[in-house]
Design a protein around this ligand. Structure first.
Ligand code: PLP
Length: 257
């Protein structure tokens, strides 16, 4: 069995963050492990509080895993602040790394800053170059690059510009664009377009977390990048189709085992 690690924040309501990642790893038949960077108090209606985990405890979690257990895939999600990014970078650099998927989480759907604005520079300079794949949505890609993305051509330009910042592959997710949620995967030579009609549902909490974890599990299994992304897109689409209500706001997606 392959072992997948998520380095991310905890979502008390179970729809996003660490909890979504571990459910996704299990659903893909892999063994999930976690390094918690922050604890959020949230539900389907919003994020109400965040406690960032002490950098030394983050380092110790990473060391405890890598000093003992083989890791076949890593996903990085919510990293909160510069100190968190610096310690993750420094500690991971001590080990040979498996495929690493970075979801550059910035703002929750409910509008909460999951990455402090002044930590953007550290994310770009330290984490982007370590990544096998980055999976920004359009607002995140715009925030990193500093220009508006309004059509497929600009998405392709963004993919090239993001690739120049160091990751091996780039997936720009087009869900915020229009009727069709077309994503662009750039592998430094070719663009692979992944088309999907938009699904009308309010229950989309944790979609970004789930997609990046599904890709991580697929890469850990040795699946090629374009196939890993294609299969993960089918997984998240099905999870969104079966999204459901558990509270009074935006509900989670459904993980099939
Ligand atoms: N909470 C945590 C801990 C997350 O990592 C994320 C996204 O990565 C979210 C909340 C946001 O989830 P969403 O924007 O899908 O509601």
């Amino acid at each position: 069995m392959k072992h997948c690690l998520t380095i991310a924040g905890s979502d008390s309501s179970g729809g996003a963050g660490i909890q979504a990642d571990l459910k996704t790893f299990s659903a893909h038949g892999t063994f999930g492990m976690s390094v918690i960077t922050a604890v959020t108090a949230q539900n389907t209606q919003g994020v109400f509080d965040v406690q960032d985990i002490d950098p030394s405890v983050i380092a110790h979690q990473i060391e405890a895993i890598f000093d003992d257990i083989s890791v076949h895939g890593i996903k990085i999600g919510m990293v909160s602040q510069t100190e968190t990014i610096d310690i993750i970078t420094k500690t991971l650099k001590k080990y040979p790394l498996p495929p690493l998927v970075l979801d550059p989480v910035m703002i929750s759907k409910s509008g909460y800053d999951l990455l402090k604005p002044d930590a953007k520079k550290a994310l770009i300079e330290n984490l982007l170059p370590m990544a096998t794949l980055i999976t920004p949505n359009l607002p995140e890609a715009e925030e990193i690059l500093g220009y508006k993305i309004e059509d497929l051509e600009t998405m392709k330009k963004a993919a090239i510009d993001l690739h120049n910042l160091g990751p091996k592959y780039v997936l720009v997710k087009g869900g915020h664009l229009s009727e069709t949620a077309t994503d662009v995967l750039y592998d430094s030579v070719n663009f692979h377009l992944l088309h999907q009609e938009k699904i009308e549902t309010p229950h989309t909490h944790g979609t970004g977390c789930t997609l990046s974890s599904a890709i991580t599990a697929n890469l850990a299994k040795g699946i090629s990048i374009d196939e890993a992304v294609k299969v993960a897109k089918a997984y998240i689409t099905n999870a969104i189709v079966h999204g459901f209500s558990i509270g009074h706001g935006v509900g989670p997606t459904h993980h099939f085992y």
